[in-house]
Design a protein around this ligand. Sequence first.
Ligand code: GRF
Length: 206
Amino acid sequence: MTAAETTQPTGIVVLISGSGTNLQALIDATSDAAYGVRILAVGADRAGISGLHKAAAAGIPTFVCRVEDHESRADWDAALAERIADHEPAFVVSAGFMKLLGPRVLADHVVINTHPALLPAFPGAHAVRDALAAGASVTGCTVHVVDAGVDTGPVLAQSTVEVRQGDTEDTLHERIKAVEHPLLVNIVGRAAREGITVTDGKVSIP
Ligand code: GRF
């Protein structure tokens, strides 16, 4: 047994809104005890998405916290913060979670997000479409810590992807996901094994 296998894995909560291919990459990585991560729960802002089926198939507890089930966005923010806290994660991974997280979640939890563009270029919900529309020849993905802005938090790592002639939003996004998955797995594993510190808007993994 290696040293990593004798220590407890770091618990995380993953938030999703869609197909959950990044989640699946994380689930696959956790099958190796040396990776050092345990997914305690997967949360979503909507029901019936395939990412939740992927979590259930892996035996991971799931929860759904929908904005429309709360009187206000602030109530939803507080409820989501509590649903996450129930699992006592070391940190949270937003892997295709398509809602802006509120101040309560961000005060209570360190959140690592993955974004399908080279931030600060193309923030927001349509990053792949926006990069194509702008005629970018190179785009990619960014793993960063979430702050109060829209995709403005401190960057942990980036990978580039060439835009090809004839690319559609779908073909380009698929190639971005191919580099996004290993990048997210790598950074989440390092943050879990080595620790992650956010101080005065600066992030470090020792
Ligand atoms: C990812 O490309 C992520 O960066 C973006 O949405 C996509 C989610 O894909 N925000 P999936 O649900 O992990 O397949």
